[in-house]
Design a protein around this ligand. Structure first.
Ligand code: 1HN
Length: 349
């Protein structure tokens, strides 16, 4: 064999050691790992059953209050990324529980958050002076640096999936956070204000193009579900996605948030999708139905409503719906699109 860049002669080793003291290191030892022909991720396919999460959360509910914890959340850690509070290489996910009568006090931070309500109805979240009531399947956003607090005035526990761009902000060293010092922020707007102002295909006449974050902050499931139901009648099925829509910012037409793309997908009973892969590792949370998803060559998830599973970058994914199913999902797609890095492979579909 001819000498490769990685062959370690004693002369080379001595050189590497010497330059190391000057904080220098040879690229030729790491180039192949840095610039790979295809994504090579530590992120692994993984899944969580809601029954397990729920049981652990109820136990957590007996150990610490939402207020003491600030946010009573169990982090969904990717098995390939343990100890890093990541569900994918650049996204965070957790499940939050607010028990009846509890509050999660007001704070704000540069990280963007999304909520997807898994179980329960009637709790509120407040974002910059406006409350919204949370229902199962609602998708709610908390834009960067907006004050937010949650409370549950209903008589049942509420559970939701939190998705945040924490690892992105960490990578950029751009984390800022503040406590308001109050359980509840002052409410200055009526319920539904941002929805009727921005969510009715109308915009204020002098509305600027905006900041990349939607002024609508609750995308209620009732309306989303109705839209999917109307579209299914047209039978406009995509072989890779069934019927998949993205949540949009009505001001820009872009994604609802700058860093995380969010999607809702209807798969009718007995629909099987064609193999698909894309560079945006994606977190899925079914909210209706039951089915099976094949990820890569050897990972199979049997999922039902409220479970969570993750598809790493560039792993082939195929869904089979055993019943009419609706899947919420999110990924870093807006970042990849903005940087011209997003790629997908639809097979021949
Ligand atoms: C956060 O602010 C919330 O507001 C949930 O509900 C999870 C995880 C890390 C940092 C901030 C929330 C969070 C979080």
């Amino acid at each position: 064999m001819t000498a490769s860049s990685g062959d370690r002669t004693s002369e080379r080793e001595a050189f590497y050691d010497r330059i190391s003291t000057k904080n220098l290191t040879p690229l030729w030892l790491s180039l192949a790992e840095l610039v790979t022909p295809e994504p090579r991720s530590q992120c692994r396919p993984a899944s969580w059953q809601f029954a397990d999460i729920r049981a652990a959360m109820m136990e957590a509910g007996g150990l610490i209050t939402a207020k003491e914890a600030e946010r009573r959340v169990l982090v969904l850690e990717n098995p390939g990324l343990r100890g890093q509070s990541k569900i994918t290489t650049d996204l965070y996910a957790g499940v939050q529980l607010v028990l009846p009568g509890e509050v999660a006090p007001a704070h704000r931070h540069t990280q963007t958050a999304l909520r997807f309500v898994l179980e329960g109805s009637g709790a509120y979240t407040a974002v910059d002076g406006e409350r919204t009531i949370m229902h199962e399947g609602d998708f709610i956003i908390t834009p960067p640096m907006t004050w937010h607090d949650h409370g549950n005035e209903s008589d049942a526990p509420i559970f939701w999936l939190d998705g945040l761009d924490i690892p992105v902000v960490q990578f950029l060293d751009a984390s800022f956070a503040e406590h308001m010092g109050e359980d509840m922020q002052p409410i200055t707007k009526p319920l539904g204000d941002s929805d009727f102002r921005y969510g009715a295909n109308l915009l204020p006449i002098d509305q600027a193009r905006g900041s990349g974050t939607s002024p609508v902050f609750n995308y209620p499931y009732a309306r989303t579900r109705e839209a999917l139901e109307r579209m299914r009648r047209a039978e406009a099925w995509d072989p890779c996605h069934g019927l998949k829509m993205r949540f949009s910012n009505p001001v820009s037409g872009g994604h609802a948030m700058a860093t995380m793309g969010t999607f809702i997908q209807l798969l009718p009973k007995d629909f099987s999708t064609s193999a698909y892969r894309s560079t945006d590792a994606t977190i899925f949370a079914p909210i209706e139905g039951r089915g099976r998803t094949f990820i890569g060559d050897d990972f199979v998830v049997d999922w039902q409503k409220r479970d969570v599973f993750v598809v790493p970058s560039w792993k082939k994914v195929r869904h089979e719906a055993a019943e009419d199913s609706v899947l919420f999902s999110f990924s870093d797609r807006p970042i990849q699109e903005a940087l011209n890095l997003f790629r997908e492979d639809r097979g021949n579909a």
